[in-house]
Design a protein around this ligand. Structure first.
Ligand code: NAD
Length: 496
């Protein structure tokens, strides 16, 4: 009998009522390890009702109590990183060191949120008019939902949940049904850290659960991370039901390599950023734009590095790259390689021909050269270990290629020229920029977000924008009667 993964409602594991299940796999072994329950409308309504009650209490918790819970959660997460990383690797497939890395990036967001007493400080203007003071405060929204993708089952829930909880909301997480166990581990740790029941809830599920969250009148805001078509749907449905929504979508991240770049540095960066986590990262580099005559040297340097990568079970410490999330996704990625070859790209390294473990959803690394912008390998988000090289004659041509792309999550430039890098940062229409840094995920005290089809809504995630997203501003204008006019003797001088 396979293991059953259920919901976390009101501080305990709860079985749902739908009778619907989805299989969960260990992608390195290609075997089903569990069934996850898919919540019904009734299950989600029950979860929201518990969150509504918890939110009412939690908003009254003092800032120091909230900070104390976050500090305790931070300690637990730190202490239990290795256990949690194993859970992530077993369901996602990424190598253990990468799972630890994802937890560390999530931990940064918890550490940021421990500063909530400082982050929620308002403003105060004394004597805005005679005897009148004006001040601002920020208050929680109530119940907020997070809908997360399979590729970061710990980090993305922490991008959202740490700030949502710190600011006094109850947070309902709907994790990906492909790797649902990490969310329950987080739930247990929140409880162990002293968070009251109902403030952190997990509903496992699919579209039915998502649609219930998007339309329920007691959900005030929705944070989403996932693919662009679903992000657009989440944004449109959530906002049309009166909710605040931030919906982060897919990506096609370009790395520009100028002719003066350190080619070895650029090739090392391209290999780790394109093939790390088997390319299943929203900030993965999927296109290298080689400018001028750097193309041949760059392609040779990347191709020379690929045979050195060990592909296998992520639980093995010698593995550099694990499997893809499902067999269907692996086949879809392989289909893009075939389409690239048919449309005229040069297949320098073909991942379909790699020597791979026979079980599991593996695909080798692929390097395509002379890719043009009309090919499907260029236009579509592949989300696999495929790097396309596009040749550009000049910096302006490279820039035009990036700015014409509908995705605009991250990008990077490799050069030794500070002026060129500065001009790129000014010109490029993308939300996050790396200068000789291939994956420029902002630290937790800045905010994360792309532009164009990579983000729907006007609020980036975590950091200062996360604090604003999960709170509403209130401004108080106050006047007190002059104590000198009091009819009670306050011992206050009648004239001053
Ligand atoms: P996905 O869009 O398939 O799923 C994301 C979430 O939406 C999951 O919880 C899923 O259950 C739910 N969902 C899926 N289909 C739905 C539907 N029809 N209606 C309602 N809900 C639905 O994404 P994924 O495959 O889990 O993750 C990979 C994608 O996420 C990639 O496109 C990647 O670029 C993107 N991503 C973006 C960022 C970012 O920061 N911009 C970060 C990580 C991942």
């Amino acid at each position: 009998m396979t293991n059953r993964i259920s919901h976390w409602i009101d501080g305990r594991l709860v079985s749902g009522t739908s009778g619907r299940l989805a299989p969960v796999f260990n992608p390195a072994l290609g075997v089903q390890t569990a069934d996850v329950e898919l919540a019904s409308v009734t299950d989600v309504n029950t979860a929201i009702a518990s969150a509504v009650a918890a939110a009412r209490e939690w908003r009254s918790a003092s800032l120091s109590r909230r900070a104390a819970v976050l500090f305790a959660f931070r300690e637990l997460l730190h202490a239990r990183t290795d256990e949690l990383a194993k859970i992530v690797t077993a369901e996602h497939g990424k190598v253990l060191s990468d799972a630890v890395g994802e937890i560390s990036r999530g931990l940064e967001n918890v550490e940021f949120a421990t500063g909530v007493p400082n982050l929620l400080k308002g403003g105060y203007s004394e004597q805005a008019a005679t005897g009148v003071d004006v001040y601002s405060i920020r208050q929680p929204l109530g119940v907020v939902a997070g809908i997360t993708p399979f590729n970061f089952p710990v980090m993305v829930p922490l991008w959202m949940g740490a700030n949502a909880i710190a600011t006094g909301n109850a947070f309902v997480l709907k994790p990906s049904e492909k790797d649902p166990s990490a969310a329950l581990f987080l739930a247990q740790m929140w409880q162990d850290a002293g968070l009251p029941d109902g403030v952190f809830t997990v509903v496992q599920g699919d579209k039915e659960a998502v649609d219930t969250l998007l339309t329920h009148p007691d959900v005030a805001a929705v944070s989403f991370v996932g693919s662009t078509p679903i992000a657009r749907y989440i944004y449109e449905t959530g906002t049309s039901h009166g909710k605040r929504v931030q919906a982060l979508g897919g990506a096609k991240n370009h790395m520009v390599v100028l002719p003066d770049a350190d080619v070895d540095m650029a090739a090392d960066a391209a290999v780790s950023a394109a093939y790390g986590a088997a390319g299943e990262r929203c900030m993965a580099i999927s296109v290298a734009v080689a400018v001028g005559d750097v193309g041949d040297a760059l392609v040779d340097a990347i191709a020379a590095r690929l045979p050195k990568l060990t592909i296998g079970n992520g639980a093995d410490p010698d593995t550099d790259m694990g499997p893809l999330i499902t067999a269907e996704h692996r086949d879809k990625v392989a289909g893009y390689i075939a389409a690239g070859a048919e449309s005229g790209a040069t297949v320098v390294v073909d991942g379909r021909q790699a020597d791979l473990p026979s079980d599991g959803f593996f695909l080798g690394t692929t390097l395509l050269d002379h890719v043009s912008t009309d090919m499907s390998v260029y236009t579509d988000e592949i989300f696999g270990p495929v790097l396309s090289v596009v040749r550009a004659g000049t910096y302006d041509e490279a820039l035009a290629i990036i700015n014409a792309n509908s995705y605009a999550n991250g990008t990077a430039i490799f050069t030794r020229d500070g002026g060129a890098a500065r001009q790129f940062q000014f010109d490029v229409e993308v939300g996050m920029i790396g200068i000789n840094v291939p994956i420029p995920v902002p630290v937790a005290y800045y905010s994360f977000g792309g532009w164009k089809d990579s983000l729907f809504g006007d609020s980036h995630m975590y950091g200062p924008e996360g604090i604003n997203f999960y709170t509403r501003g209130k401004v108080v204008t106050s006047r007190w009667p002059d104590p000198a006019t009091s009819t009670v003797d306050l011992g206050f001088p009648r004239t001053r």
